[in-house]
Design a protein around this ligand. Structure first.
Ligand code: IPM
Ligand code: MG
Length: 367
């Protein structure tokens, strides 16, 4: 039997609530006899700052390095709004990405049939939607130097962020996108702003070359990132795989998520050359948006549960178990169960735990 080490980093706010449901899914997976997953839990984000004065401790980083996969819940909350910039909750998340070299972030946007009406877009635009956003995660403006605010001494300040990409960073993310497209709809849109950014010019050039050299069987379209944002709400089903840089990927993946009904539905996996993967929902954006419900047991655990399915599929090579979880999520939605964020007339609104219960019940009845 294949055995794996999984580090759970629930983080703050609703992160701990949704991660509790993942823990139960781990028990289910172990119970199938197909895998043996050993979990460890540690702190990240505001709770780590409270305990260690850092958004993630060295010990937790070491555990992460030694694990086969890392699952993260959510970070941040009003309590830590005033902490120093380099110790803010998000710094823990960024350090994990950078130090584990998780350069490829896979963010699927799938519209479950039962949820087509929960989208802010018309049913016919989103029904059957299945997009994979491949976001570069360890470069670009998130990490480029200089990154600073200088006091100009005349009552003015000057802020600089640096967008920087090197050839190899674009080559490897493009390859991930083309490989994925071959297993899906065989179409890649590469989104950048070559009309105003030098990084966009290089991005376009490198993606074109990678395509020509090794992936000419895949259809490639270049699209300006702003046009991509527009097309995502105009006609999202024209997309299969979208490959883009760190910042555009951050924005476009939130936009695509809303087409599926809620950010609470969108899983996410980050990988480094397919060796180690970290999974988790788009953390703080969701946590920030849902600070209102932290601690109330109302959060939607589906994104995190679906992220665990991605972890099984991509890190542990357990596609069958992942399929089962994804089928159970769809079944529970078909039964008319909804958390508050996707509440619908005629459906039953439930809390985090009840949603987890229903998914586990569906898994148990299927086996
Ligand atoms: C995400 C989040 C993060 C990001 C924040 C929390 C730093 O928005 O994962 O999409 O910007 O990458
Ligand atoms: Mg985001």
């Amino acid at each position: 039997m294949a055995s794996f080490k999984l580090l759970l980093l629930p983080g703050d706010g609703i992160g701990t609530e949704v991660m509790d449901e993942v823990t139960r899914l781990v028990d289910w997976a172990n119970g199938t006899g197909a895998v043996s997953i050993e979990t460890e839990t540690d702190l990240v984000g505001g709770c780590a700052y409270d305990e260690h004065g850092e958004a993630i401790s060295e010990a937790a980083m070491q555990t992460a390095h030694a694990a086969d996969a890392v699952m993260l819940g959510a970070v941040g909350g009003p309590k830590w709004d005033g902490v120093p910039y380099d110790k803010r909750p998000e710094a823990g998340l960024l350090r994990l990405r950078k130090d584990l070299e998780l350069f490829a972030n896979l963010r699927p946007a799938i519209c479950y049939p039962a949820l087509a009406d929960a989208s802010s877009l018309k049913r016919e635009l989103v029904e059957g939607l299945d997009i994979m956003i491949v976001r570069e995660l360890t470069g670009g403006v998130y990490f480029g130097e200089p990154k600073e605010i200088t006091d100009l001494g005349n009552g003015q300040k000057r802020a600089v962020d640096t967008q920087v990409y090197e050839t190899y960073e674009i080559e490897r993310i493009a390859a991930v996108a083309f490989d994925l497209a071959r297993k899906r709809g065989n179409l890649v849109h590469s989104a950048e702003k070559r009309n105003v950014m030098k990084t966009g010019v290089l991005w376009n050039e490198v993606v074109t070359r990678v395509h020509k050299d090794g992936y000419s069987d895949v259809k490639l379209e270049h699209i300006l990132a702003d046009n991509c944002a527009m097309q995502l709400v105009r006609a999202p089903k024209q997309f299969d795989v979208i490959v883009t840089d760190n910042l555009f990927g951050d924005v476009l993946s939130d936009e695509a998520a809303m087409a599926t009904g809620s950010l609470g539905m969108l899983p996410s996996a980050r990988s480094a050359r397919r060796t180690r993967t970290a999974c988790g929902p788009p953390c703080t954006s969701r946590c920030m948006a849902r600070r209102d419900i932290a601690g109330q047991g109302k959060a939607n655990p589906i994104a995190t549960i679906a992220s665990f399915a991605m972890c099984l599929r991509y890190s542990f090579d357990q596609g069958e178990l992942a399929d089962k979880i994804e089928t159970a999520i769809a079944a529970v939605l078909d039964q008319g169960l909804r958390t508050g964020d996707i509440a619908q007339e005629g459906c039953k609104t439930v809390g985090t735990r009840e949603m987890g219960d229903a998914i586990i019940a569906s898994l148990n009845s299927a086996s």
